[in-house]
Design a protein around this ligand. Structure first.
Ligand code: M6R
Length: 606
């Protein structure tokens, strides 16, 4: 949430900042701003409400400094407005600050230190920069001393980039919980929330850890720990391909990412299944042992990633013979259940940056529990801080609505479960040919993707003008319904619930009225007749129904038919049509598919 960029010492500062912010727009897009300055201390601060394009329109060609910082915002304190947009400035405007995170004790700080200050915004960030300015000027401290003193008073999460108008050739950086990287250029250096933002300029990056402070100059980068001791760190090379983050001929990233799913399934097979033996998974022995030693697996995740956990639970338990609990990250850390004696924690996260999941990881690591992260982003915080990582290999996912990462998460959980099952000699695992089953999944998705036109027509008719809808299903289809409902509501703003089909009659059926749209998922022959019964119940009360069914359950009147895949993997294939349902319902409403309101791709605040 919120994206930060900065550069020192380049002739092209404005361009670097704007290009970087465009790449970070997925982290927040309600307002943006930049501060640019040159060697002669001429400077300009520009802010705009809305997207980076709105900021760009306000930037004069005259803005051609050599250093600067920029920010794209996802509002926490104070509504999206020009005044609340970053950068913020200290009382006499000497210091300029951008911030990602939340200062939890901002009210106390204001009451204790800033009673006489005139604050113009509603943000916690303005309080932070006023505090920094006050400590430096009243205490006659150096910027580093004053900044450090302020950091000791601040509680919460932050990635800060601070500039001093008196010395335009330095960016002061501090980090706690929120991500931030240093990019190393030739004759200039940069900072960014995500390597993607600066990959056009460099592929050499320095990681930062919590409580570190950094002084970034055009020809040097000095990292210090919380005590001021200088830390030596080698850069790493980010393996990112710029073409990977383009949209190509697609109107929206979401459609591109839906289409990429068969290729992602094949990539996972290639990365994780041995060429010579389809039953041999390429998963490190250490990871297998960690799972085998555990008496219970706790899957910690949020949103779509938690739905992937639910989808994987049944097969994971059957293949590994270990019970699995799926826990919402935002609840777990503050409402921790009684843990088993030998737990293993699996963190599922597309971005690897979700603050809710990270706070659990930090707490559980302190208790000595091992962590395995399943993520799409190598080098992400959750990956770095876990004992083990399994990558999704899904390629960058840019649309806020997660699609290919969800299906990849289930596939990678299947790889892990199969690997553990083989390791412990479980006969169910031995007879589960994952290579073959994932190939069938890839083909089933491909077949669905050829039917986009028909699906589009059906969706337009089924969801036209509605403000609410339901997905229903049983077993695996119930978990798929939860994911399908989240996808529909987050981008089309249709209020939608994913419901256990049999549970509807226990209260929620009261909401069904004439023409309420209900989408029924039916992929299991054994229980299909029960779900069909639930469909009849809603039809009798006026609902209009769209059915998404597996071929072996299909009837003449069904709307979307999905090829048969292994019952362990139906949560992958059954969700693909629902991704298209969400996509087309959103197009019909003429909304921005990739950047829904109030959301951001990477949720780095708790
Ligand atoms: O990066 P993560 O997988 O940890 O993100 C978790 C959720 O914020 C994310 O899945 C969210 O629910 C998606 N935008 C839904 O499409």
């Amino acid at each position: 949430m919120c994206g930060i960029v900065g550069v020192v010492g380049s002739r092209n500062a404005t361009d670097i900042l704007i290009q970087g912010l465009q790449k970070l727009e997925y982290r927040g897009y309600d307002s943006a701003g930049i501060f640019v300055t040159d060697k002669n201390k001429n400077s300009v601060l520009v802010k705009a409400v809305g997207r980076i394009s709105a900021l760009q329109e306000k930037i004069d060609i005259e803005v051609n400094g050599t250093s600067g910082i920029g920010h794209t915002r996802w509002a926490t304190h104070g509504k999206p407005s020009k005044i609340n947009a970053h950068p913020h400035v200290s009382a006499n405007s000497r210091f300029v600050l951008v911030h990602n995170g939340v200062i939890e004790n901002f009210k106390e700080l204001k009451e204790r230190y800033l009673t006489d200050d005139k604050l113009v915004s509603k943000t916690d960030t303005e309080i932070a920069v006023h505090l920094i300015g006050k400590l430096i000027e009243e205490g006659n401290l150096s910027v580093v001393e004053g900044f450090r003193k302020a950091l000791k008073l601040l509680e919460g999460s932050f990635a800060f980039a601070l500039m001093d108008r008196k010395d335009s050739e330095i960016i002061y950086v501090a980090k706690n919980k929120s991500p931030l990287l240093i990019g190393l250029g030739n004759g200039y250096n940069m900072i960014c929330s995500d390597a993607m933002a600066m990959i056009r300029e460099t592929n050499r990056f320095l990681e930062l850890y919590d409580e570190e402070m950094v002084i970034v100059k055009r020809d040097s980068v000095k990292i210090m720990d919380a005590n001021g001791t200088v830390v030596k760190r080698k850069p790493y090379i980010a393996k990112l391909d710029l073409s990977d983050i383009g949209k190509g001929a697609y109107p929206y990233y979401m459609l591109k990412e839906i289409d990429e799913q068969p290729a992602v399934m094949r990539k996972i097979m290639q990365k994780y299944i041995a060429n010579t033996n389809p039953h041999q998974m390429k998963v490190e022995q250490e990871i297998l042992e960690a799972v085998v030693k555990a008496d219970r697996i706790y899957v910690i995740a949020a949103g779509t990633s938690s739905h992937a956990g639910w989808a994987a639970k049944a097969f994971f338990e059957q293949l590994t013979k270990t019970p699995v609990e799926i826990c919402l990250a935002s609840e777990f850390g503050y409402n921790t259940p009684l843990l088993s004696k030998k737990p293993l924690f699996i963190y599922i996260s597309q971005s690897g940056e979700t603050a809710d999941s990270r706070q659990v990881l930090v707490k559980m690591k302190k208790l000595g529990y091992k962590a395995l992260t399943i993520t799409n982003v190598p080098g992400s915080t959750l990956s770095r801080e876990a004992d083990y990582t399994l990558l999704l290999y899904a390629g960058s996912e840019i649309a806020v609505a997660s699609t290919k990462a969800y299906t990849a998460q289930i596939a990678v959980m299947a790889v892990l479960a199969k690997a553990v099952g083989e390791y412990i000699g479980n006969s169910v695992a031995r007879s589960f040919n994952l290579l073959q089953e994932l190939s069938l999944v890839a083909s089933a998705i491909e077949a669905l993707l050829t039917e986009k036109k028909q699906i589009e027509q059906k969706v337009y008719k089924h969801l036209q003008n509605t403000r609410n809808a339901f997905y229903i299903g049983r077993g695996a289809d119930y978990y798929a319904s939860m994911e399908a409902a989240l996808k529909l509501k987050e981008i089309s703003y249709i209020q939608c619930e994913g419901f256990a089909a049999g549970e509807l009659k226990h209260g929620t059926i009261a909401l069904i009225e004439e023409r309420t749209p209900v989408q029924a998922l039916i992929s299991n022959k054994e229980i299909a007749s029960h779900t069909r019964g639930n469909v009849m119940e809603v039809v009798s009360r006026g609902a209009k129904v769209l059915t998404i069914v597996s071929q072996d359950c299909a009837q003449k009147e069904d709307d979307i038919v999905v090829q048969i895949v292994h019952p362990f993997l139906t949560c992958i294939t059954m969700v693909v049509p629902t991704q298209l349902v969400a996509y087309y319902a959103t197009l019909q409403r003429k909304l921005d598919v990739d950047k829904p309101r109030n959301l951001a791709k990477s949720v780095t605040v708790e």
